[in-house]
Ligand binder design. Structure first.
Ligand SMILES: [Zn+2]
Ligand SMILES: [Zn+2]
Length: 253
């Protein structure tokens, strides 16, 4: 909820600034040596706090402490202090972001919380086979910055019941066999940003409920590869303006 308020706040601040022309005073810390205003869209974060890195000059700016909510998640950058330790990661050098590679030392964990940041950089992908066959996993929290869940990421996680996508999720793709044989999985939330679901992604799950963040038309347009829902239960997709059953029957609200 807080995350949704931030753009509104920024828009309001901008409007207030426009109303008072004298208000072009960028705080000193947000200006580079030659006077340019630093630019960065995303945060970096660690246990200590969050900051931005200017895409023009590479300088670190806007360094602040986190402001934790009741769930120990920072309302500004999304850093959570309760994340699972011991996972393994791979740095994507093109984007300077991390891919979760595997369960590492957290094999006994049943409630997995994937961090929004690792070593200061955003975590943007759950890698191929990352949690393949982790049969102790019962729940997983996926941070808002994750854009892809790769092939077989949660394949055969037989106890997995709850998949939580935190905040305003940026998830766009769910890979082939990503949740295949997660036989305890009855319900999944699919954010409206998702544009493709890979082949056999949810086969042999117990899906009865899919909560989709977009409209009926958007669900129908979403690319779903072959057998993505093979041998699931007769699920219902709840969209913002209606529902669709597994056989394609649409009921508009
Ligand atoms: Zn700069
Ligand atoms: Zn923060």
């Amino acid at each position: 909820m807080k995350l949704k308020l931030i753009p509104l706040f920024l828009a309001l601040s901008a409007a207030v600034c426009l109303a008072f022309a004298a208000c072009d005073e960028t705080p000193e810390e947000e200006k580079g040596a030659d006077g340019h205003t630093h630019i960065a869209e995303t945060f970096h974060a660690d246990d200590e706090g969050h900051w931005k890195i200017c895409t023009v000059c590479g300088e670190k700016f806007s360094e602040k402490n986190h402001t934790y909510d009741a769930k120990n998640v920072c309302g500004t950058c999304g850093y959570g202090s309760d994340f699972t330790k011991g996972l393994t990661y791979l740095l994507d050098e093109l984007t300077d972001t991390y891919i979760v590679r595997g369960i590492g030392d957290a094999r006994e964990v049943s409630a997995l919380i994937i961090p929004a940041y690792y070593e200061g950089n955003a975590v943007t992908s759950i890698g191929a086979e990352a949690f393949d066959g982790c049969s102790d996993l019962e729940s997983v929290v996926i941070p808002f910055g994750v854009t892809s869940i790769e092939a077989r990421a949660f394949y055969g996680c037989a106890s997995l019941k709850n998949v939580t996508l935190e905040g305003v999720s940026k998830l766009t793709s769910i890979g082939n066999y990503a949740f295949s044989h997660c036989k305890s999985l009855r319900k999944i939330m699919i954010p409206s940003a998702v544009t493709s679901i890979g082949e056999n992604a949810f086969e042999y799950t117990s899906l009865t409920e899919i909560e989709f963040g977009g409209t009926v038309a958007e669900w129908q347009d979403l690319r779903k590869a072959e057998d993505w829902d093979l041998e699931t239960e007769n699920y219902t997709v709840t969209c913002t303006n209606g529902t669709i059953s597994k056989d394609g029957t649409v009921t508009m609200n």
